[in-house]
Write a protein that binds this ligand. Structure first.
Ligand code: ZN
Ligand code: ZN
Ligand code: ZN
Ligand code: ZN
Length: 501
């Protein structure tokens, strides 16, 4: 309230606002309709009643401070120049309030903007997730392992959604409506907690009125309803990242990613001159009495599995499972575990031989185009991913011979007989075996990568492919080149080298 005194323009007496009585509504309305001119910008014909709005929101010549003032940005200037300033302002970690609102009211982005600036770790993490989105057109999707563990009480269950759009252009209400429609959930089922900036990172919660079990169930249902097609639709909505579970466990993964980046020794290169051994490894570790041979030619990226890894997986043996490019890339960039392996027939197939898993029937061969090349694969031309897994020996239902019609007398792996090269793992009657499920009979512990300067079919260790089934029909063998041109290069004895750095 204004309490200053001012002289009356007619009689000169000092009066305070408190001494005045208000005019009638009719008179007030007439005054509001008076046309006036703004002396700052010269605009005429302004309604007097709208003058405050003009000054507070429009007048280009009013002096304003930067919205990042609270983050110590000293800038003050004409509103005219503010947009320019913001585009270069280093303090501009968007401002305003964190609000928790019930989703029923009209949602607006600006009411939910968090004043917590996004951390460096988190930001660089999302940048990597975005790479995946730009390459595949789909969001990177993951769910925390706690969601599958009925022994853990879910205190909070969040959805964290990354949208590749500037916050100030982001229409929250229409986004959420679309998002919930696609997932067939009610918009009241989630409560928006906050929006962080950069790109828009939206954090929503399943409300507390639901018990822990219900929350878990709800998240599992959402997760299971996300089909390939839905992923593409999410991609079109510019969603580049979707995480389900307690935010704490996302932070854990993000922290682990940063640590790996700072400590590249967590990642291993397996070859002569790097980590190398011949025959079974004797390091005193219990791997379920199955020999562990050096996966020569592959580089391993470790994944965060659990805090007490060795304790929990003591006695589990190492095996491999070839995987699609997009699956491997999502793991590589996010450090998140893959969604799961589809079960075909009577079990899950894995192999103790990395060389067997490298066949294009199992591990997709991806030509690296120049735009991806620059970002992470440097001078490579082709790339393959294999999942490094662990399985408890009791879960191996049987060992089997190879299933690629390998000709007699052909060696796939000098350490392992062709007759014992496939393991059939108990799927416990599930159609998808999820690596995030702690009760899963197989878990994923690392990602193996092989980057080469030419087609990997030209490597000496791949020559058995040509004595086995091999085709270039993409749904069967993801060869990444047509078979004739690969055969041609073999005739010319073209060479291929593995690139490690
Ligand atoms: Zn007077
Ligand atoms: Zn003005
Ligand atoms: Zn500023
Ligand atoms: Zn084939």
């Amino acid at each position: 309230m204004i309490t200053n005194c001012a002289p009356c323009p007619r009689c000169g007496k000092l009066v305070s606002v408190n001494n005045l009585s208000s005019i009638s509504d009719t008179l007030n309305n007439m005054l509001r309709k008076l046309r006036i001119e703004c002396t700052l910008c010269g605009q005429t014909e302004l309604l007097r009643g709208n003058f405050d709005d003009h000054i507070n929101q429009e007048c280009p010549n009013v002096r304003v401070s930067c919205p990042a003032m609270n983050n110590k940005c000293p800038w003050i200037g004409q509103r005219n120049d503010l947009k320019n300033h913001i585009s270069t302002c280093v303090f501009h970690q968007p401002p305003l309030v964190v609000a928790e609102i019930a989703a029923a009211t009209k949602l607006s982005t600006k009411d939910l903007l968090s004043k917590q600036p996004i951390s460096f770790e988190e930001k660089s993490y999302y940048e990597e997730c975005k790479e995946y989105y730009h390459i595949t057109g789909k969001p990177l999707i993951s769910i925390a392992e706690e969601v599958f563990d009925n022994n853990i009480e879910l205190k909070s269950s969040s959805l964290k959604i990354g949208i590749d759009e500037e916050c100030n252009q982001f229409d929250l209400q229409s986004f959420l409506t679309q998002f919930c429609n696609k997932l067939h959930i009610n918009i009241d089922d989630i409560v928006v907690k906050q929006i962080q900036v950069g790109s828009s990172i939206l954090e929503a919660e399943i409300p507390d009125k639901l018990g822990s079990n219900d929350k878990q169930l709800r998240l599992k249902m959402i997760y299971q309803s996300i089909t390939d097609k839905l992923q593409e639709e999410f991609g079109k909505m510019k969603i580049f990242f979707l995480f389900m579970g307690p935010i704490k466990s996302l932070f854990k993964i993000q922290k682990y990613r940063t640590e790996i980046k700072l400590n590249p020794q967590y990642n291993r290169i397996y070859d002569r001159d790097y980590n190398y051994w011949e025959g079974p490894l004797h390091d005193g570790r219990d791997r379920g009495n199955k020999p562990y041979y050096c996966p020569i030619g592959w580089k391993r990226c470790s994944l965060y599995v659990t805090d007490k890894f060795y304790e929990k997986f003591k006695g589990w043996c190492i095996c491999y499972h070839g995987t699609k490019f997009s699956n491997g890339l999502s793991i590589l960039l996010s450090g998140l575990k893959p969604a799961g392996i589809k079960v075909y027939g009577d079990g899950i197939y894995a192999t103790p031989s990395v060389n067997y898993a490298s066949h294009p029937r199992y591990s997709e061969i991806m030509p690296i185009d120049s735009s991806h090349q620059k970002t992470f694969f440097k001078s490579g031309k082709y790339l393959q991913f294999i999942l490094e897994c662990r399985v408890h020996p009791n879960n191996i239902k049987q060992t089997d011979k190879e299933t690629l019609s390998v000709k007699d007398g052909t060696t796939i792996d000098s350490n392992i007989k062709n007759e014992d090269i496939e393991w059939v793992i108990d799927d416990r009657n599930k159609t998808i075996v999820d690596f995030n499920d702690p009760d899963s009979s197989i878990i994923c512990t690392g990602l193996l990568i092989r980057v080469t300067d030419n087609h990997p079919g030209l490597l000496p260790q791949s020559q058995w492919w040509f004595n086995s089934h091999l085709c270039d029909y993409k749904k069967c063998c993801a060869l990444g080149i047509d078979l004739d041109s690969l055969e041609g290069q073999r005739q010319h004895e073209n060479k291929c080298n593995i690139i490690y750095e």
